[in-house]
Design a protein around this ligand. Structure first.
Ligand code: ACO
Length: 427
């Protein structure tokens, strides 16, 4: 095993620390005994050089622009598997071996998709137009009160149940958050429908309608729409120790109910620097308004005296093209050709923003490329999904990842409560 020697130039003392061989990517220095042995601690705001856990779930190569779920590139998974297969893969570390296994898991999710009657009444307290992320986080917290036996969850099976239950209920909760915010009646899940079709149905449906989804047939759910949203969810399923996943792990480290930890993750995801960027990207494309204004906005993004940032650009880990953005861009063009019409005006502005930014030294030198949020909003709009649901849809996609991370955290005998130090500069 390699080591790293740290020399304190103030005292002349030196300390050796073990290097950890990661199965992929650079080595890590084990600094867990830094304070105990050397009496000093590390300072790393934003944790850009710090790992808080060991994980086997997803791997990102920021230079190559590569993302793997349990060792398999996302481009392969998105082509070959349904989102529910990916959920099973992430939480149990095994892809369905055959169609029967895939259907069994899918069926279990359909049957678990209903919400407790008491939970449905909680929606009443939220005001009209409440943002669905705020409602969703609160509703997930309430979920913890309905399945409160988490202290009995000593074995893996109970965490599996916890994961399957919340994955199954998330589309229902998201659809209900939206319908509640616009005063529309809830549409109960339909067990004859698949995971994604059910979500569209609960979002667009009319209760007891003789017409399937809408009065004029316009709201019909097409297989192409289902396939598109399914792929979008898969692309969002896990992504290393990002801000919301770290939040889920940190909160879980206190021993709290897993749904309380997930509720905190939802709040962390809401921010515009993280999952909330998908909603902001679309607002920004509208604000730019015309391809002729793109140069002006790019100049603003570069101006350090202007707080304007190009939304959907930049990433802590990717310093080249985010592979999820690449896949989404391809999906957008394919869907457009197959008949799901993208907003041509917005697509043109987005394309121009990308072209101008990627030929500008400011963006190239800083490794600022389109991230997952840059194209997802244009596709979701073409799928007739309201803008305020873009981030809740990110939650639907990320739920299996959060659950897998919680299961991994729970199994780790060395996991400790998260308790960083501070560089104290006060009186
Ligand atoms: N527009 C303009 N400049 C940017 C942008 C941007 N979108 N992103 C980063 N920069 C610049 C910074 O000003 C900084 O410049 P400097 O070195 O001259 O000071 C440099 O690039 C590095 O930026 P940091 O903020 O230090 O990078 P960090 O890794 O902390 O932040 C983040 C990453 C939050 C994603 C950032 O790029 C950003 O705000 N992007 C826009 C919001 C966004 O799209 N978020 C979604 C990310 S993907 C996800 O979470 C699902």
């Amino acid at each position: 095993m390699g080591t790293v020697t740290l020399i304190n130039n103030e005292t002349g003392q030196s300390f050796d620390f073990d290097l950890i061989d990661c199965t992929r990517g650079p080595k890590a220095v084990n600094f867990s005994k830094l304070f105990e042995n050397a009496g000093i601690f590390s300072y790393d705001p934003g944790y850009g050089s710090t790992a808080g856990c060991e994980s086997t779930i997803s791997y990102i190569d920021g230079k190559k622009g590569e993302l793997l779920y349990r060792g398999i590139p996302i481009e392969q998974l998105v082509e070959k598997y349904k989102f529910t297969d990916i959920c099973q893969f992430l939480i149990s570390d095994s892809l369905p071996k055959n169609d029967e296994e895939s259907k069994k898991f899918d069926l279990e999710l359909r049957h678990r998709s209903f919400l407790h009657e008491k939970l449905k009444r909680v929606f009443d307290v939220f005001p009209d137009n409440a943002h669905s992320m705020a409602t969703l986080s609160a509703i997930v917290s309430v979920l913890a009160t309905l399945y409160a036996n988490h202290k009995d969850m000593d074995d893996e099976d109970d965490y599996q149940t916890m994961a399957r239950r919340i994955i199954a209920k998330t589309p229902t909760m998201v659809a209900f958050c939206y319908r509640n915010s616009v005063g529309a009646p809830f549409i109960e899940p339909d067990v004859s429908k698949s995971y994604v079709e059910n979500f569209f149905y609960m979002l667009r449906g009319y209760p007891h309608s003789r017409w399937k989804y809408g009065l004029d047939g316009e709201q019909e759910i097409t297989p192409l729409e289902i396939e598109a949203l399914d792929k979008i969810l898969t692309l969002h399923a896990d992504h290393g120790q990002n801000a919301s996943t770290t939040t889920v792990r940190n909160v879980a480290s206190t021993g709290v109910h897993p749904y309380a930890a997930i509720s905190s993750g939802i709040n962390a995801l809401w921010g515009p620097a993280h999952g909330g960027a998908n909603e902001k990207v679309l607002a920004q494309l509208h604000e730019i308004g015309d391809v002729k204004n793109v140069d002006k906005f790019i100049e603003r993004a570069k101006d350090k005296n202007d707080s304007f940032r190009l939304m959907g650009f930049g990433h802590r880990v990717y310093k080249s093209y985010d592979p999820r953005a690449k896949t989404l861009k391809k999906l957008k063009d394919e869907l457009d050709k197959k008949g799901i019409r993208m907003d041509a005006h917005l697509s043109e502005i987005a394309q121009k923003v990308e072209e101008v930014a990627l030929s500008d030294s400011y963006f190239l030198e800083r490794g600022l490329y389109p991230n997952v949020d840059f194209y997802s909003g244009i596709i979701l709009t073409a799928l007739k999904i309201p803008r305020e649901l873009f981030t809740p849809i990110f939650v639907m996609g990320r739920m299996p990842g959060w659950c897998a991370q919680l299961i991994e955290h729970d199994k780790n005998p060395y996991a400790r409560i998260t308790r960083p130090r501070q560089v104290y500069l006060g009186k």
